[in-house]
Design a protein around this ligand. Structure first.
Ligand code: T4K
Length: 399
């Protein structure tokens, strides 16, 4: 590994990159390959590839048990799971969501002719600000979708209070929050239902996949019908539906990765600790923390570059990428600045001040099973060197 002492050692200034291979945010964490291949043998022997197969059923049972929730309805991905949850709850008109989230949260509404109304976030937590949610309620509002961003819980008690007061549906997008808890209760048990993503880049993956988990028997029943075209018998269709089914090979990957959950958490947690130590003292760069009293998956290493940093977030990200460290600017610039929302609501930014500020300062750094303390020391050293270089320039300008 090249030594990085001064700005001249940085790839952005012409030196060789620190890493030969790209270090990605979202490199999949994977369980035991042999166990997966044994499941593949079973799938081939049974010739049962999809539609409520035995592995799918086992997967759903184990996810529900892991979360302590009555029902897990597994789906082909988290976006379809969101769409089905929204439809099964009968949401319509306007639904309040954060803009500071992956665009799928908003698209799942817009795709179904429902208007996503963006409410601002609390800049300290990056999740919905309940006071902002209240301000966005209109006679057309039918629901709220809270997002447990980065695996950190949305303000569930305050959102439930608002939903009850106004008779609104309440769903959580828990795409980031599998295997996390809030006040000792597993995420998956809040609101009417919660939506999980098992995409390759997630803490826990089934290649692609997702699920809705709920304690509501009737809601679960409706969603099971909806994910399979509404079929309730061989020739019997009793509900409108779509194709949201999870296939057996995905369930197999999920089962294998479920056995690895604690090992992945341990790796992510060690990486998070390494980042905290390595980034300490860099002016204007702050690592978002997890509540040590809760169960966390530590999947996202979120660093905020504040106004007290002498260099911009984008300049740091450019320098990291030149070293082959593929830091991400999740979820910049906010859904409200993406199409179609930018055209539909050109002035949304006026009420999304915290969203805009947070989105402009966040960079997400690589973690997971393929990263270790030695990689993290280099990532931090690049950031430290970029910031120190900018400090020197600022100092020289003042003199
Ligand atoms: N709600 C929230 C809050 C979400 O974050 C998401 C998804 C959803 C809902 C919807 O759930 P799904 O329908 O996806 O189940 C990604 C993912 O596509 C998306 O699943 C995820 N959130 C979002 C945060 O990130 P990209 O465009 O950044 O991912 P992608 O595919 O470019 O992967 C990122 C990097 O990871 C790659 O540059 C390389 C690495 N990678 C990726 C894949 C797929 C690998 O090393 N191996 C791989 O197999 O959006």
């Amino acid at each position: 590994m090249k030594p990085i002492r001064t700005s001249a050692d940085l790839a952005i200034n012409g030196a060789a990159p620190a890493f030969d291979e790209l270090l990605h945010v979202g490199r999949p964490s994977i369980g035991d390959k042999q166990a997966f291949l044994a499941y593949v043998d079973q799938i081939f022997e049974r010739r049962w590839l999809s539609n409520d197969g035995p592995l799918l059923q086992e997967f759903e049972r184990r996810i529900a048990a892991h979360l302590g929730v009555r029902h897990c309805v597994a789906m082909c991905n988290g976006t379809i799971a969101l769409e089905i949850a929204i439809r099964a709850l009968g949401l319509q008109g306007e639904v309040i969501v954060p803009s500071y989230t992956f665009v799928a949260t908003a698209h799942a509404l817009q795709w179904q002719g429902i208007t996503p109304v963006f409410a601002d976030i609390d800049p300290a937590t990056h999740t919905l600000d309940p006071a902002a949610v209240r301000r966005m309620i209109t006679p057309r509002t039918s629901g709220i979708i809270g997002v447990h961003l980065w695996g950190r819980p949305a303000p569930v008690a305050a959102l439930q209070e608002i939903a009850d007061e106004h008779g609104l549906g309440l769903i959580y997008d828990a795409a980031h929050a599998f295997s996390c808890s809030h006040q000792g209760k597993m995420i998956g048990n809040f609101g009417s239902c919660e939506v999980l993503s098992f995409h390759a880049t997630k803490f826990f993956n089934s290649f692609e996949g997702g699920a809705v988990v709920t304690n509501d028997d009737a809601l679960a029943g409706r969603m099971r019908l909806m994910r399979n075209f509404g079929f309730s018998g061989l020739d019997q269709v009793s509900h409108p539906g779509t194709n949201g089914k999870m296939i057996e090979i995905a369930a197999a990957m999920g089962l294998v990765n479920l056995d690895a959950v604690d090992a992945v958490i341990a790796a992510n947690r060690a990486n998070h600790d390494s980042y905290r130590a390595a980034l300490a003292g860099i002016p204007g760069v702050r690592l978002l923390d997890y509540d040590a009293n809760e169960r966390n998956n530590y999947q996202y290493v979120v660093a905020e570059v504040g106004p007290d940093c002498p260099v911009s977030r984008d300049a740091i990200v450019d320098a990291l990428r030149a070293e082959h460290i593929m830091a991400r600017r999740y979820f910049w610039p906010g859904c409200h600045r993406m199409e179609p929302y930018r055209s539909l609501f050109p002035h949304a930014g006026l009420v999304l001040l915290a969203t805009e500020r947070v989105a402009a300062g966040v960079m997400v750094l690589p973690t997971g099973q393929t990263m270790g303390a030695e990689h993290i020391a280099v990532v931090a050293q690049v950031i430290r060197t970029v910031v120190a270089g900018a400090q020197q320039v600022h100092g020289a300008c003042k003199d």
